[in-house]
Structure formats: C-alpha cells, structure tokens
Ligand binder design. Structure first.
Ligand code: PEP
Length: 248
C-alpha cells in the first residue's frame, strides 16, 4: 500500500497585502529551513492570487509548495476576473483548492462546475484539493454522509487517481467558527470518504484546526493532513499544527 504522506495546507483566503503576506512567507521559510527533514509532512500555502508570485519567490526551494484557492475550468478566454489553472501553474503553483464551501455558497458553484475545474487543474498539471462537507442543518438531519457522497460523486472526474487528487472534508459549520467536528465524527466521515475515492488518495480535515486540536485530529489513521484557514495566517500556529506530523 502506498504511503500517504501527510499534507498540511494553509488557505489564506482573502487575507494579505504585499507587506504582511511577504513577511508571513519569510517566517515560514525560516522555520522550514531550520527544520530540515524533521517535519513528517508536506507543507502548502495558498495565498490570494495577488500574492502568488511574490510568496512563490520567497518560498522557492524551501520545500513549501504553492497553491491557488480557485481556478476556472477553461485554459484561457473571455472570463473577466477569472484565473485559469495554466496561469496558476505558470506562477509556480502545484496545487489548487477547488469546491471550497465559501465558493459553493458565495459563488453558486455546483458539483458540475467543480468537476470542470478539477479537469482544468489536471490539464495544467496541478493537484486538485476537492473540498466537501455538510451544513449544520444537514448534519442535524442525519444527511451528512449522503451529502458528502453526492458531492464526491458529482465533483470527481472519472480519471481521478491518488497522485492528482486530495479530498478535504470540511464541515461547513466548522469553518471559521471555532467549532470542530468530534474525533469520532471525523474518523467516521473519513472512513466513508475513503470507501468512495481511489485507493491511496489523501483526505485532509478542515474546520477550525488549531495548535490545540491538531494533535488528536492528525493522529487519526484516516486523516492525512489538515486544511487550515485562520490559523495559517500565523506562522507560529501553522508551524505548531504541522509539528503534529513527526518524521517517520
Ligand atoms: C478553510 O478555509 O478551509 C478552513 C478550514 O478555515 P478555518 O481553519 O478558519 O476554519
């Protein structure tokens, strides 16, 4: 069985101007350089599009990968305000977050749209991080597994494999709220997801992960890393989370 190296990914969302984004990248670079091979996970940062080139330059050869937070499905064209996967690859990205609940809810992205974006990411050679997760009402109604399964089924193109796809389970009600799913619920949902995706595909947990709860979450056998929003804006907190993945 292929080893699933843990991935700790920071989603900076719409945060960071040139000064503070660059400073954060420098702080991460310093830690990565000092840590050498002692970290047992891959690290990824996904800054806003305006900072990709600058942050990518700071992180070059640091071992920390660069990712986008969204892309269009088409390679180029008359799509004002959009960015293609090819453009992300062109500035040094190797990953792109797709189907985040903030895009599904705030921008009306359907599973079919997300599926087209994942295909675009693969065309450009990027790894797609597909976000799935239920709302609080759906969990209360006992529909969480059904919702997540249907998002997986509708969003993942047929050609999926473990090298080009990462799934992030992010209960919508846990994102940016300080609430996290219980350890039991995370374990159960990750096991469900694992039964529905290609063997060896990494599954991240996301939803208010912080230095205090990361230990228990990252210790779960079906949790292959974390997608971190708010806490990724602090180099200290992001680093503390990643340190729960000791080198094997
Ligand atoms: C996210 O943006 O994917 C996320 C999980 O955010 P937070 O960690 O702030 O809940």
């Amino acid at each position: 069985m292929a080893i699933r190296t843990k991935l700790v990914a920071g989603n900076w969302k719409m945060n960071g101007l040139l000064d503070d984004g660059t400073a954060l990248a420098h702080r991460l670079r310093e830690r990565a350089t000092a840590a050498g091979a002692t970290l047992g996970c891959e690290l990824l940062v996904c800054p806003p599009a305006t900072l990709l080139s600058t942050v990518g330059g700071v992180l070059a050869d640091s071992g920390i990968a660069l990712g986008g937070q969204n892309c269009h499905g088409a390679p180029k064209g008359a799509f004002t305000g959009d960015i293609s996967a090819e453009m992300l690859a062109d500035v040094g990205c190797s990953y792109v977050i797709l189907g985040h609940s903030e895009r599904r809810q705030g921008h009306g992205e359907t599973d079919a749209v997300v599926r087209g974006k994942i295909a675009g990411a693969w065309r450009a050679g990027l790894v797609a991080i597909l976000c799935v997760g239920e709302t609080h009402a759906q969990r209360q109604a006992g529909e969480a597994v059904e919702i997540v399964s249907s998002q997986l089924g509708g969003s993942i193109p047929d050609a999926a494999d473990a090298a080009t796809l990462v799934v992030a389970y992010e209960p919508v009600w846990a994102i940016g709220t300080g609430l996290t799913a219980t350890i039991e619920d995370i374990a159960a949902m990750h096991a469900e997801i694992r039964s529905r995706i290609p063997s060896g595909t990494r599954i991240l947990y996301g939803g208010s992960v912080n230095p205090k709860n990361a230990d228990a979450i990252l210790a779960l056998s079906d949790v292959d890393g974390a997608l971190v929003g708010g806490a990724s804006l602090s180099a200290d907190d992001f680093w503390a989370i990643a340190q729960n993945c000791p080198a094997g």
